[in-house]
Design a protein around this ligand. Structure first.
Ligand code: FES
Length: 216
């Protein structure tokens, strides 16, 4: 499998990371964003800054099909528009109050976000299923080395516990990398548990290597 590096879609979470009615913070091309899933299961993404006083919307809460800011309760819809201001319940918020919706797609158990509006679909991950996501305090290059795998356009392919795995890697901050782990569709629960243990070894080696490079 080789993913298309020219794709505008960035993999930022596994479907299982965001249950219905929850919101998480993420980083899209160095910008903080909030990804949330409505009660009905629709995934949405927008900027992480509340247009009122700048509170992080990822600290907020989902009610129904909207995301509310934790500070003064301004409520935003899936189009990013403010729908309700609790301190002024009779006021219809102007269209200019918007938290910056982003294009989002959920496919093959992965949530993809695009910085700009795009016509294309995210890359397919045929034959793979999501296992888990984790954050390494390590650079992607150190994860590649520690995994003993091969570089592909959005991450690393490797073999762990005799199984083909794919690590989708996204730098979140210096020496901090989000890793979405996918395994071959046919992987048994026992092999999944072995792979999870082996991933901890990769994490230790990658973080140790990154620390050494930082100290050098
Ligand atoms: S800062 Fe978000 S509602 Fe006030």
């Amino acid at each position: 499998m080789r993913l298309n590096a020219s794709s505008p879609w960035i993999p930022l979470a596994l479907s299982g990371d965001i249950p219905n009615g929850t919101v998480i913070p993420a980083t899209l091309c160095s910008k903080p964003i909030a990804i949330w899933r409505s009660q009905s299961g629709q995934v949405n993404a927008n900027g992480n800054r509340c247009p009122h006083r700048g509170m992080r919307l990822s600290h907020g809460f989902v009610r129904g099909e909207t995301l509310s800011c934790i500070y003064h309760g301004w409520r935003f819809g899936q189009d990013g528009a403010c729908q309700h201001i609790p301190a002024h319940p009779d006021v219809v918020p102007p269209a200019s109050i918007n938290c910056g919706p982003l294009q989002v797609a959920e496919q093959d158990g992965v949530i993809w976000v695009a910085e700009d509006q795009v016509e294309s679909q995210p890359p397919r991950l045929d034959g793979l299923k999501p296992l888990r996501s984790l954050v390494f305090c390590a650079e992607p290059e150190a994860i590649l080395t520690a995994s003993g795998g091969t570089e592909v356009d959005l991450g690393v392919e490797a073999t762990l516990a005799g199984t083909r795995i794919c690590l989708l890697l996204q730098g979140q901050a210096p020496a901090e990398t989000l890793c979405l782990v996918l395994v071959d569709q046919a992987t048994s629960p026992k092999a999944c548990a072995e792979i999870s243990r082996a991933l901890e070894g990769i994490r230790r080696r990658a973080e140790g290597e990154t620390e050494k490079r930082g100290a050098a």
